[in-house]
Design a protein around this ligand. Structure first.
Ligand SMILES: Cc1cc2nc3c(=O)[nH]c(=O)nc-3n(C[C@H](O)[C@H](O)[C@H](O)COP(=O)(O)OP(=O)(O)OC[C@H]3O[C@@H](n4cnc5c(N)ncnc54)[C@H](O)[C@@H]3O)c2cc1C
Length: 204
């Protein structure tokens, strides 16, 4: 989440009206400067929105002219910048459920990997592999095939069993190897181009 400086606060206040003008809940639409972790990518989006729930994601997707999702802002590539709408799922974090029998966990896509790892551990499970840092969002890590080390271990995307994807028309699609399988396979490393993942199920 960008640090709330005095400048951001002023921008926030001045764009509340703009947010309402396009039908977005005023409390979560504001302009902000965005930069990634290494500082080699930046953007000045017209609006930076924190999604409050899946219905809100659908609403934002339908209303936006151009939209990019931002996770933990750790990608070096230009995957996030937009001068229109940046959507963060930072507020959509935590566990949805754990399936003890299948050893699977479903998490909100805005969860950071450290949080997912801790939630899995609390449920008696564990991520199969992790990268060398764990501050990425689950959605960002899955979208970019983030991987750890280990000759026989796959990237995190390969351990995804289900994705709930909010598509460009605002519909929520539950995708898996059995349901919408082509979309599922594309979304597993979608580079943020295929819709907004709201929930992700991992084989732990
Ligand atoms: C210090 C450092 C160490 C790293 N270590 C490793 C490592 O060990 N192994 C490795 O493989 N990589 C590593 N990376 C790369 C990092 O894992 C990836 O760049 C990852 O994408 C970052 O996740 P993020 O949440 O920051 O995503 P962001 O950079 O914010 O976004 C990445 C992409 O994901 C999309 N996205 C994010 N959330 C969603 C969503 N909910 N729905 C749809 N699309 C979404 C965005 O639109 C964008 O296209 C490292 C990076 C850094 C800076």
């Amino acid at each position: 989440m960008p640090a709330l400086t005095r400048r951001h606060l002023l921008q926030h206040l001045s764009t509340l009206a703009a947010g309402s003008a396009v039908g977005l809940p005023a409390y979560c639409a504001y302009a902000a400067e965005w930069g990634n972790w290494s500082g080699n990518q930046s953007a000045s989006p017209a609006q930076f929105i924190y999604a409050s729930d899946e219905a809100h994601i659908s609403e934002v997707v339908r209303a936006a002219k151009q939209l990019r999702v931002v996770g933990g802002s750790h990608s070096f590539s230009a995957l996030v910048p937009s001068d229109d709408t940046l959507l963060s799922l930072e507020a959509l974090n935590g566990a949805v459920s754990h399936d003890t029998a299948r050893h699977q966990g479903t998490y909100w896509a805005g969860s950071r990997l450290a949080q997912v790892s801790a939630l899995a551990a609390a449920a008696g499970q564990s991520l199969i592999n992790e990268p060398d840092i764990n501050v990425q969002s689950l959605g960002g890590a899955i979208s970019t095939a983030t991987h750890g080390t280990g000759g026989n271990l796959t990237c995190l995307s390969a351990n995804v069993t289900n994705i709930r994807l909010i598509t460009a028309d605002g519909i929520a699609l539950d995708c898996s190897a059995q349901q919408h399988s082509e979309i599922f396979n594309a979304a597993r490393v979608g580079l943020g181009c295929l819709g907004v993942m709201s929930q992700i199920t991992l084989q732990n």
